[in-house]
Design a protein around this ligand. Structure first.
Ligand code: KPL
Length: 326
């Protein structure tokens, strides 16, 4: 039985492992390791899962809060032979999650819960389908993190994180996991309908990410671009139709567009994750965003030519993909 199930979550006794040492993984590792000021009882043991072929002892970086305060963080890489994690946070990109878990799960007891932090949709369902007996949870987060230079991770703005069960085995563990992660001081809530929550984020990503990558502009730059103005209503109409066919509630296409544009305006100077991937020559998550909408449309007999067009155009941008990281 894992230590998590033996009743010590959040008490500083469990070990939280993080798979994926990109910006989001470093954000969670930092907040878990540091805990809110003065609240040492809330501090957790945390470590990164080592990538095969690498052998570092630990990762050291500065974590800068939204208020501009920086703290030194040192997080060990775990030794699969001796360390016994009680919880695994998976913060790889959606494109990498299955291969990363195939390499990691053989050394992790089946009772250890996994919390998936991937963008878009499709990868969470693929993990739940591959490991249906494991406790698998998905997170939808609006926490923003980036790494502007080596050794510095910036928590760009406070957001919220919703967590929900993807497999039946995860349901009894949800509140313990929410408490453990909420002890960091970050806002973490249980989500009884995680699929609907993930769709809410998917709407925003489907309306912003591909356009910023294709137009090579920050989020706010899409709003006046003729290419965006030509296609956004089509994206929203298809999103609405697919959501209804999925049995989800959806406002009309016009309201979806307003939601997308409110986020584009409030994050106007941000570089989206997809534009950043293209600029760095990395594989994008397009198959899990507009590509997922197109795939679900195909399965449900709904035409999705605009989402499919965006997928193809972004795929053509990533002609020389490099190694990916979150
Ligand atoms: O989630 C995002 C992303 O870049 O992936 C948005 C909301 C577009 C913010 O940049």
């Amino acid at each position: 039985m894992s230590r998590f199930q033996s009743g010590q979550p959040g008490a500083g006794d469990g070990l939280t492992a993080i798979l994926g040492a990109g910006a989001l993984g470093q954000l969670w590792a930092g907040y878990l390791a540091l805990a809110p000021a003065g609240n040492t009882a809330a501090r957790s043991r945390v470590g990164f899962v080592e990538r095969p072929g690498t052998n570092p002892a630990s990762l050291c970086y500065q974590l800068q809060t939204p208020q501009g305060q920086a703290s030194e963080v040192s997080v060990s890489f775990l030794d699969p032979a001796t360390d016994r994690p009680s919880l695994l946070l998976v913060t790889t990109k959606a494109t990498d999650v299955l291969s990363a878990l195939k390499a990691t799960l053989p050394s992790l007891p089946e009772a250890v819960p996994l919390v998936l932090f991937q963008n878009g949709m499709g990868s969470q369902q693929a993990v739940a389908a591959q490991w249906p007996d494991r406790p698998v949870l998905a997170a939808s987060t609006t926490e923003g993190a980036n790494r502007p230079e080596p050794g510095l991770t910036v928590h760009a703005g406070r957001g919220q994180t919703w967590i929900g069960a993807m497999t039946p085995a995860a349901e009894p563990l949800l509140s313990q996991i929410v408490t453990l992660l909420g002890n960091t001081g970050l806002a973490v809530m249980p989500e009884p309908d995680i699929r609907a929550r993930l769709w809410q984020k998917l709407i925003i990503n489907a309306g912003i990410n591909a356009f910023t990558a294709l137009l090579d502009c920050p989020n706010g730059g899409i709003l006046t671009a003729p290419f965006y103005l030509q296609w956004i209503d089509g994206v929203c109409k298809e999103l609405h139709q697919v959501m209804i066919a999925e049995g989800l509630q959806s406002p009309g296409a016009g309201e979806l567009r307003q939601k997308i544009e409110a986020v584009a305006r409030s994050t106007a100077t941000n570089t989206s994750s997809m534009r950043a991937d293209v600029l760095r020559g990395r594989t994008t998550e397009i198959d899990y965003i507009n590509g997922y909408v197109a795939d679900r449309g195909k399965a449900l007999n709904i035409a999705t030519p605009v989402n499919q067009m965006l997928r193809q155009q972004v795929q053509q941008l990533s002609v020389t993909p490099g190694p990916s990281a979150t």
